[in-house]
Ligand binder design. Structure first.
Ligand SMILES: Cc1ncc(COP(=O)(O)O)c(C=O)c1O
Length: 494
């Protein structure tokens, strides 16, 4: 076994020394109370840490530095777009005029906030080519669900709701796609991907009939590839009476360059928390804004922010065919502030640079790693590259081992084993914000690891060895979450 190189940090309880205290409390002027008597045995049975202020500050500062984040290192997690979140976004999102707004205050006293929503909408309409935008959904998956609910309302309105009970989803789709369809009450059927990584047209043709409510297409796909026949795909689905939804979580490959609304889609979701900054992950805050064509407008979630003849923002609440609210108020409003800051900072001319650099960076990594980790598909990728580590499997090294070894080299691992259709899949998304030096250092580390995979596989299979914890049983760690300190006991079990 390879030896671990870091000591396990001690808990604050182990640093405790009787009588130490981190603050000066004035002598009480009121009679003291015997806590044991007041709250029973609890006071003595809980081992309170007793520690001086300096040790206390060091303890928590050291703990905070164990964490890995986008501010401390490169984060190549694919499909999750962990990109730099400019500090100015936080400055604007923290402005009192926004943070001190009361959600219940009358709309006419919050016109500044409504103007922000309108300004973001204007940008997003221009970028996506859709007729309408709403920022109510609070996550990408929530945007998917909202679009499917609108599609369902549309089919119901046309009297076809009952017979159209199937949603088609590609085999490469993000797990949230079939989950959203099932949550909306649809049967899910899988559309296969062809050898080039595109929608298999024949497979799609075979599935298209009058039971199909919608096809959910991710473009660029989770294989990091642009679907070149997207117009044909949309036409085919429309001809069969279905709607086409675009999973636009990968919009950062297209922003300012090409527009899903021009490709034939009926609606889409965007992840403001991916494409328009605010790193993704950790459960929020997010905004899965959606774009839709005018035939779906009557069904969109209300209320809708509009402008009156004088240009003053108002709330349109008279929406009899709306699917209703999908979140309280207007979703995560401060996400709109961050997105507006980001969009305004880039401006019309700067926005296409996001996509160009995201695509350039991913292709650079793909090219530099081609000899050790070949791409799953031999064609230019979009904002992320999908590589396979299958050549190391016979020697006992899996994609996961390469990722774990990356931790020892100081990097967060990329996404593994997704999309499911690529064996020993490693999905790397560098994002547009990283420098060539960072990408080179990362690629050097990856090449070194692949050499180790052949010369000393155990280095990989026993990694990581430089962290507080070694290789976790990830399923057990999730299912038996153990995050609370308990008085000394037998060795930790995870
Ligand atoms: C392709 C794709 N679709 C949908 C989602 C769902 O987004 P969210 O996690 O915000 O629900 C993600 C998440 O990263 C994604 O990568």
């Amino acid at each position: 076994m390879t030896t671990r190189t870091v000591p396990t940090p001690t808990s604050i309880f182990e640093k405790s020394s009787p009588g130490r205290i981190a603050c000066n409390i004035p002598v009480a002027e009121t009679p003291s109370v015997d806590l044991n008597e007041a709250i029973g045995e609890t006071r003595d049975s809980v081992p309170w840490p007793e520690i001086g202020e300096l040790e206390l500050v060091r303890h928590f500062t050291n703990l905070s530095q164990i964490n890995y984040g986008i501010d401390t290192g490169f984060y190549p997690l694919g499909s999750c777009t962990m990109k730099y979140n400019p500090r100015i976004n936080e400055l604007t999102a923290g402005m009192k005029g926004f943070t001190k707004l009361h959600p219940m205050q009358p709309a006419e006293t919050a016109t500044g906030a409504l103007k922000v929503i309108i300004a973001v909408e204007k940008f997003l309409k221009e970028i996506t080519g859709f007729d309408e935008i709403t920022q109510q959904p609070v996550a990408g998956a929530h945007g998917e669900l909202t679009c499917l609910m609108m599609i369902k309302a549309y089919h119901d309105f046309r009297g076809e709701g009952e017979k159209r009970n199937v949603v088609l989803v590609p085999d490469s789709a993000h797990g949230t796609n079939p989950a959203s369809a099932a949550r909306c009450g649809y049967k899910v059927k899988t559309v296969h991907t062809d050898d080039e990584g595109n929608t298999d047209i024949e497979a799609l043709k075979a599935l298209l009939d009058d039971s199909v409510a919608a096809f959910m297409v991710t473009n660029p796909s989770t294989l990091g590839l642009f679907e070149p026949r997207i117009k044909q795909v949309c036409d085919m689905v429309h001809k069969a009476g279905g709607q086409v939804f675009c999973d636009g979580a990968n919009m950062n490959a297209m922003v300012g360059v090409t527009r899903p609304g021009d490709h034939g889609f009926d609606c889409m979701h965007l992840n403001l928390h991916k494409t328009f900054s605010t790193p993704h992950g950790g459960g929020g805050p997010g905004c899965g804004a959606i774009g839709l064509m005018s035939h779906l407008e009557p069904f969109m979630p209300g209320p809708v922010v509009k402008q009156d003849e004088m240009g003053i923002p108002i709330l349109d609440t008279e929406r009899p065919m709306s699917i209703g609210r999908v979140s309280s108020f207007f979703g995560q409003f401060l996400m709109a502030v961050r997105a507006l800051t980001y969009l305004s900072a880039y401006g019309r001319d700067g926005l296409p640079e996001i996509a160009r650099h995201a695509v350039l960076n991913a292709n650079y990594i793909k090219a530099r790693l081609k000899d050790v980790l070949p791409a799953a598909h031999n064609r230019p990728c979009m904002h992320e590259c999908i590589l396979t580590a299958k050549q190391y499997k016979a020697g006992g090294v899996r994609a996961l081992d390469i990722s774990k070894r990356l931790i020892d080299k100081g990097y967060h691992p990329p996404t593994n084993y997704f999309p499911l259709i690529v064996p020993e899949c490693m999905m790397i998304e560098p994002t547009e914000t990283e420098s060539k030096e960072t990408l080179d250092a990362f690629c050097d580390a990856m090449i070194e690891i692949c050499e180790e995979a052949v010369s000393n596989p155990e280095l990989l299979t026993s990694a990581p060895t430089t962290q507080i914890v070694g290789r976790l049983n990830e399923a057990a760690a999730v299912k038996k979450l153990d995050v609370k300190w308990q008085p000394p006991r037998e060795e930790a079990t995870v």
